[in-house]
Design a protein around this ligand. Structure first.
Ligand code: GAL
Length: 414
């Protein structure tokens, strides 16, 4: 394997201004967003060598990154997000971007949560791209107006809307049974039940008592209730297929992150014309976030100038505006202009700007905990979702046992 890699490198020598970028943006709109960044880099004399690895939420990309680092073949730039940044920085692989941060006044330009995310032991080790809101409910405007439905703001309204859609012969909710997509819906339910503080208690501090709380079993019951609003059976599809179902008017709602908005717009299904967004019912004030970031592997230190250029560029006001408009996310900058955003983005940016008490770090998107516990929690939720014989209390018991093994009540905050 190592021999083979060396050969490839010999055949394609790279100049110091070429950067290989590993990421998981492989849908049409994600590719467009990546191409936009590549074009801006080209303007500055940097060549972007694309290494996009398919798989929503970066499941495949995470594995590829690990094996490439083990084979001494780390890419120069990688989409590493949330707690994973710390994990890689701890191993000493990541380039410190303190000079770029100081020269561009990152400490006053970004929201405090972003600052916190990109730092490790007081050094900046990542450059931020955009903030996704996971607690987003997308609804089909035409279907809603034909049936005289209003966007639901709380659970009871959501149940009512779903019943009316079903009665009209429609599928209320587009959803996949892929584990990360199920867990994304579940963490929305947790946020609706208990707000950001409870969400943190469960997924950041991993408190076993919080798992035994009534709010947890309640969220599980609701997850099962929602299953009757989905395709039967709920098949395991990539998120882009779920988007397609929604944009063909074959399902009336979708609850997930707003990268979906980028994909819908790219396919000609336009915000506030064909569909609109609202927050997941019961989470209107909150922001369940996933922040996209790039980290740089130091390797032999030969690409530092280009790596620093890229880091600076992605966080500039102009790139932030253009990139986030395509990607569906919002700017990481406090000086962004919400008047230039569409209604979904404005709501997201304004909710995030309220500060830490209204923000919740997404479990599924690596903002809350390390890779191993994240994957294990997702597996427990997924098992409950697909197997009707597993009860909420079985699920609670499984998770409690797991938290005990992890060494629960960890005190770190993201
Ligand atoms: C998230 C990431 C987004 C989007 C999504 C779907 O983790 O923040 O940028 O790519 O996964 O794969």
């Amino acid at each position: 394997m190592a021999f083979c890699t060396a050969k490839i490198h010999a055949a394609t020598p790279q100049s110091d201004s070429t950067l290989q970028v590993l990421h998981w943006w492989t849908s049409a709109s994600e590719r467009k967003a990546a191409s936009l960044l590549a074009a801006r880099m080209a303007d500055e004399g940097i060549t972007w060598r694309d290494a996009g690895i398919p798989g929503g939420a970066g499941i495949g990309a995470g594995k590829v990154l690990k094996s490439r680092v083990l084979a001494n073949d780390a890419p120069e730039v990688t989409q590493i997000i949330g707690v994973s940044i710390r994990e890689w920085a701890d191993l000493g692989f990541l380039l410190e971007l303190d000079k770029v941060a100081a020269a561009n006044k990152w400490n006053t330009s970004f929201f405090p949560t972003i600052q916190n995310l990109i730092q490790h032991r007081k050094h900046v080790v990542a450059a931020p791209l955009g903030i996704h809101r996971i607690n987003t409910l997308f609804y089909n405007k035409k279907i809603f107006s034909t049936l005289k439905l209003s966007p639901p703001e709380n659970w009871d309204e959501l149940v009512m809307v779903a019943a009316k859609l079903k009665a009209a012969g429609l599928i209320p909710l587009a959803q996949s049974s892929e584990p990360w997509q199920v867990a994304t819906l579940f963490e929305n339910l947790i946020l609706a039940e208990g707000g950001p503080e409870y969400h943190r208690e469960l997924f950041v501090r991993q408190n076993a008592q919080a798992v035994m709380d009534k709010r947890f079993s309640h969220a599980l019951e609701r997850l099962r209730q929602m299953k009757s609003w989905m395709n039967n059976p709920v098949d395991e599809r990539p998120w882009t297929e779920v988007v397609r179902q929604f944009s063909k008017n074959e399902a009336a709602m979708m609850i997930t992150g707003d990268w979906v908005k980028g994909e819908l717009n790219d396919g000609g299904f336009v915000t506030d014309e064909a569909f609109s967004c609202t927050a997941m019912p019961g989470t209107g004030k909150y922001h369940l976030y996933s922040v996209d970031t790039f980290s740089m592997f130091t390797n032999d230190y030969s690409r530092i100038a280009a790596q620093e250029k890229l880091a600076r560029l992605v966080a500039t006001p102009a790139v932030q505006v253009d990139y986030n408009a395509v990607k569906g996310s919002v700017s990481v900058r406090r000086d962004a202009d919400p008047a230039r955003m569409d209604s979904c983005a404005r709501a997201s940016w304004n909710a995030f700007a309220q500060g830490a008490t209204t923000q919740a770090p997404s479990l599924v998107h690596r903002m809350a905990t390390d890779e191993t516990s994240k994957d294990a929690i997702i597996a427990v939720i997924h098992r409950y979702f697909i197997d009707a014989t597993v009860s909420p209390s079985d699920t609670q018991a499984r998770l409690v046992a797991m938290y005990k093994t992890f060494g629960n009540n960890k005190k770190q905050t993201p």
